[in-house]
Design a protein around this ligand. Structure first.
Ligand SMILES: Nc1ncnc2c1ncn2[C@@H]1O[C@H](COP(=O)(O)OP(=O)(O)O)[C@@H](O)[C@H]1O
Ligand SMILES: [Mg+2]
Length: 302
C-alpha cells in the first residue's frame, strides 16, 4: 500500500509540469500504477481495457525539473506512434491501440497492452530461470530477428533497440518503446542523435542500426562481460565483431558466434529509388565524426 501511494506521488510530480495532465489525472484516477521513473509513468485507468496501460512521458532535466515535451519531441513521439501503428499485428511488436496522444494530452501515449514479464536489462532470474539458458536466449533472439525483418519489410526502423526496450513476456520477446521509430524515408532527415543509447548506436551507414543494436543486445543477455569504454579512440567495428564472434564461439559454440556475426554485419535493408542514400551517407558520416570525438572502445572486464 505504501509502495502504491509512493508511486502515486511520483506520478503526480511528473504531471506537475503540465496542468492539462494534472487535470486529466484528477478526472481519471489511476487504478494501478506499474512504474514511475525520471521521465515516464505507466498506469491504467477506468475506461481503457483492464489489461491495457497508458504511458506518460516528460522531458527530464535532473531529479526535480520536469518539462512537458518540447514541440520537437512531440513531433518525434507522434511519428513514433504512427510508425508503431504501421507494424501492428507483427509478432513481437508491442500492441498499441491508438496512434495519437491519448485524449490529446501531450506526452500521454497509448493505450498499450500490458506485458506481464520483465525487460532484458532487469531480468528476474528467480521468476524466469529459462533466461539463464543460452539455448533459450538464442531461440528467442532468432525469433526476434525474424520479427525485426518483418518490421523492416514495412519500411519501419525501430531506432532504439536495446535490452531495456525488449520485454520477455509469455515466452516471447516483445519490442517496446517505439518513440524513436520512423519510416526509412523519415530516417533520411532524422535528427535524433541525442535520444539514442550510445552503447547500441552504430554511426556509419554500412550496417543496419537495428540489427547492430540487436546483435549487441544478444551479447549482453548472454553475459560474456565485455564493456564499451569511452576514453579511447573508437576502434574498427570489424575488430569488435571478430572479437565478440570469437568469444561467443568459445563460450557457447559456433551457432552463437555465427548468429551474432550475421546480425552485426547486416546491411541497410532498403535503398530508395531517388537515391537519398547519398545524402544519408554524408549525414551519417558527419554523425560518425561527432561520435568519434567522444569515442568508445571495448575490452574484456574479466
Ligand atoms: N506494455 C508494457 N507492459 C509492461 N511493461 C512495460 C510496458 N511498456 C514498458 N514497460 C516497462 O517500463 C519500462 C520503461 O518503458 P519504456 O517504454 O521503455 O519507456 P522509457 O524508456 O521511455 O522510460 C520498460 O523497460 C518496461 O520494463
Ligand atoms: Mg525504453
Amino acid at each position: 500500500m505504501h509502495y502504491e501511494s509512493n508511486l502515486e506521488i511520483k506520478l503526480y510530480r511528473l504531471a506537475n509540469c503540465d496542468p492539462v495532465m494534472g487535470h486529466f489525472l484528477s478526472l481519471n484516477s489511476p487504478l494501478i500504477i506499474y512504474l514511475v521513473d525520471e521521465k515516464c509513468g505507466l498506469f491504467n485507468i477506468e475506461g481503457i481495457g483492464c489489461d491495457d496501460i497508458l504511458k506518460y512521458i516528460v522531458s527530464s532535466r535532473g531529479k526535480e525539473h520536469k518539462e512537458k515535451l518540447s514541440p520537437l519531441m512531440q513531433t518525434i513521439a507522434r511519428r513514433g506512434l504512427r510508425a508503431q501503428m504501421a507494424v501492428q499485428g507483427i509478432e513481437g511488436v508491442q500492441v498499441l491501440r491508438s496512434s495519437d496522444f491519448f485524449q490529446n494530452v501531450v506526452g500521454l501515449l497509448g493505450p498499450f497492452q500490458y506485458l506481464d514479464g520483465c525487460n532484458l536489462s532487469h531480468i528476474d532470474y528467480n521468476k524466469f530461470p529459462e533466461l539463464s539458458d543460452p539455448k533459450c536466449v538464442l531461440g528467442l533472439f532468432e525469433e526476434l530477428d525474424i520479427n525485426v525483418g518483418a518490421v523492416h519489410k514495412k519500411n519501419i526502423i525501430h531506432g532504439d533497440v536495446k535490452p531495456g526496450n525488449i520485454v520477455y513476456s509469455n515466452g516471447k520477446l516483445v519490442l517496446i518503446d517505439w518513440v524513436t521509430a520512423r519510416t526509412f524515408k523519415e530516417n533520411l532527415t532524422y535528427f535524433g542523435l541525442q535520444m539514442m543509447t550510445p552503447r547500441y548506436f552504430y554511426p556509419l551507414s554500412d550496417r543496419s542500426p537495428d540489427y547492430w543494436a540487436l546483435s549487441l543486445s544478444f551479447v549482453d543477455v548472454l553475459k560474456i562481460n565485455f564493456q564499451l569504454k569511452e576514453d579511447t579512440v573508437r576502434v574498427a567495428f570489424d575488430d569488435l565483431v571478430e572479437f565478440l564472434f570469437r568469444k561467443l564461439t568459445y563460450y557457447f559454440g559456433a551457432e552463437y558466434g555465427v548468429f551474432y556475426k550475421d546480425l552485426a554485419n547486416r546491411s541497410p535493408e532498403v535503398v530508395f529509388d531517388f537515391n537519398p542514400q547519398v545524402w544519408r551517407n554524408n549525414k551519417l558520416f558527419e554523425l560518425g565524426s561527432v561520435a568519434s570525438t567522444n569515442p568508445l572502445e571495448y575490452w574484456e572486464s574479466k
